[in-house]
Design a protein around this ligand. Structure first.
Ligand code: ATP
Ligand code: MG
Ligand code: FE
Length: 338
């Protein structure tokens, strides 16, 4: 089964060919980071226009790079949501047109299911498993009782963790996306400014990062007003320690109480060195099998969409040519029907 997958939910235009949901034959990504940097974040209209510029050639090149012809394709898959509506539309229209022109089945795919199933590209998933999704727009604990069945057991009530990283980075004077800069500073610093941990109700798997972000902004501003040295390193380290402790503690508690056999880390923040190190350490200590995809499959890419779409291919659950972009789209809704 050869799936041509398309991803345009945010600021990466990507097309990939994935064989049997596992083998990546091609995975082309055009990042718009340089374009959006000047604005300090993603500008939706600009993102859509860039996707339009790139998508046609990219689809062609993805098929070529895979060493197959368009007729060899088994299906066309596309990220339906969640994401920026104008950005999603570009992918949906391109994929739908191609499916029509080639008479191939169309598979509507969920972006976060893609982030989770990126793990399937590098490991064999064993069920039940638990996924910690940490990205620019999401922070969720997702329980998978069996393949393709998603239950979100916890989510952020305000900022996503990547979003908090980007805002803290901006306050410390770094360009978008700032997560990697904060990560680097945190690891270089010997000192940490103590910052709060937000646990919410004792049994909750939800997260909250906006209070922590505000605490960081207060520290930054107070130091500025008092004329004290900025202490970016100690602030970054304090922030990262708080984020990592909450994410790791809640994930391990979730794995244990749901008797999950594996923990899957995914989303752009899975690139965070502090998070990877502490999660690895505690999983090893607790005897939990941890899977972390390589960086190229953590940030947005179409290969992960091809991996998730394969679940629907196996059940022959195809979309009609009236497939709509779904800016808000729940994982439960996308779950594979048994
Ligand atoms: P979503 O998947 O929720 O729609 P998104 O696709 O925009 O959001 P990703 O591309 O998965 O998000 O991740 C981007 C985020 O990851 C940014 O917020 C970025 O700052 C963050 N990030 C990347 N590397 C690191 C790092 N080393 N430490 C912390 N955050 C990081
Ligand atoms: Mg992105
Ligand atoms: Fe993403």
């Amino acid at each position: 089964c050869y799936i041509l997958a398309v991803e345009t939910s945010c600021d990466e235009t990507s097309a990939a060919v994935v064989k049997d949901g596992k083998e990546v034959l091609s995975n082309l990504i055009a990042s718009q980071i340089e374009t959006h940097k000047a604005f300090g974040g993603v500008v939706p209209e600009v993102a859509s226009r860039k996707h339009v510029e790139n998508i046609t050639l990219m689809l062609q090149e993805a098929v070529q790079a895979a060493g197959i012809t368009p007729q060899d394709l088994s299906a066309i898959a596309v990220t339906q949501g969640p994401g920026l509506v104008g950005a999603l539309l570009v992918g949906v229209v391109a994929a739908t047109s191609l499916a029509f022109a080639l008479s191939k089945p169309l598979i509507g795919t969920h972006h976060i299911a893609g982030h989770i199933y990126a793990n399937n590209l590098v490991a064999d998933l064993k069920y039940p498993c638990m996924a910690l999704v940490t990205s620019g727009g999401h922070t969720e604990l997702v329980y998978l009782e069996k393949e393709g069945h998603f239950e979100v057991i916890g989510r952020t009530r305000d900022d996503a963790v990547g979003e908090a990283y980007d805002k803290v980075a901006r306050a410390l004077g770094f360009p978008y996306p700032g997560g990697p800069h904060v990560d680097r500073l945190a690891l270089e610093s010997e000192e940490a400014i103590p910052l709060p941990r937000v646990w919410l109700e004792p049994d909750s798997y939800d997260f909250s990062f906006s209070g922590l972000k505000s605490a960081v902004l207060n520290v930054v501003n107070q130091r500025k007003m008092r004329g004290e040295p900025a202490a970016e390193g100690a602030i970054a380290r304090g922030f990262q320690e708080s984020v990592v402790e909450v994410l790791v503690t809640k994930s391990i508690r979730a794995v244990k109480s749901y008797h999950a056999t594996q923990l899957l880390l995914c989303g752009g923040v899975a690139a965070n060195k502090g998070l990877r190190a502490e999660l690895s350490r505690q999983c090893e200590q607790e005897g939990i099998e941890l899977i972390i995809p390589p960086f190229k499959y953590c940030t947005d890419n179409a290969a992960m969409i091809g991996a998730a779409a394969y679940l629907k291919w196996k059940e022959q659950q195809f979309a009609g040519l009236d497939l709509r972009a779904m800016p808000q789209f729940s994982l439960e809704e996308w779950s594979v029907r048994a």
